[in-house]
Design a protein around this ligand. Sequence first.
Ligand code: A2P
Length: 348
Amino acid sequence: MASPLDIAVVGATGAVGREFLDVLEQRRFPHARIRLLASARSAGTALLYRGGSVVIEELTERSFEGVKLALFSAGGSISKVYGPIAVDAGAVVVDNSSAFRMMDHVPLVVPEVNPEEAAPHRGYAKPGIIANPNCSTIIMLVAVNPIRAAFGVERLVISTYQAASGAGAAAMEELRTQTADVLAGRPAEPKVFKEPYAFNLFSHNSSLDPLTGRNQEEQKMIDESRKIWRDPSVKITATCIRVPVLRAHAESINITLKTPATEGEVREVLSRAPGVTILDDRAGNVFPTPLKASGRDDVFVGRIRGDESQASTGSGAQAKFHGFNLFVCGDQLRKGAALNAVQIAELL
Ligand code: A2P
């Protein structure tokens, strides 16, 4: 993909779609023409891009003629139908939905973790569709992968605090509207989510397996991490919660290492990790927050500390811990979605 090519953004009017445009513009992604595709509802309206105005077209089977790269974020059902159509037309698809992620022949890529999987010669027949992982999974892996590379990971226990943006533009609007309504003394009217969103939090809205009790978001964190790490034996358990935050996820992560490490060693590894910014000021009680991570590319990591409830040896700075705790924040729309997808396209 050395010379400028025609690209398409499917779902361009959505929360992730608009972020695609910002990220492509900011990173000066090389392309010739850009086609912005959405539903018939948006066709004929326009979005600003690189100082000009680009008219939205309705997504149809003919939308991909001449397109060499298609970035999809219009939901799984649209990806399932139009992803293969785009590939047949000659495009590489980077898909933000969960439609293809767990298929054996589809690479699932976080560029800081497994960039080699985006290359066609790495065991995949052709780079037709490349899947962008789940947002909570990406943000967690950017922080944990460098620790895993140095000390191995036996087990992860994760609790998430997830923003509205993961459920799309309508969910972000629901948070704004309900907050204004409640402050004005009016009742909150749940539309996107079942529970009231303003001044509240609730178990993730994805469907729940009645047998295991796990919701889909929690299952994705388990299955996708194992696929990306090519490690089916790593133990992962997660509790995913939606909180009234607009666009950045937070996660509390408890890690059991294979080889114990000092806190200094873990900090050293994180300080060199791509895509990670350490924000860990104990004296000032200043740590990552969703607002600090919003609009930023890096995943912010703080509250780095040995877990005294797991095995440890030694004391003071020399103490070696099997367990560590982290508190992590990352922008769901950027690293959790659009930025990761554009980085995959850059790898190609
Ligand atoms: P539209 O704005 O025209 O409805 P979000 O994830 O923020 O909810 O955004 C979903 C994106 O998917 C929007 O760009 C939306 O376009 C697009 N979309 C939804 N349904 C379709 C469809 N049937 N055909 C094409 N695009 C669709």
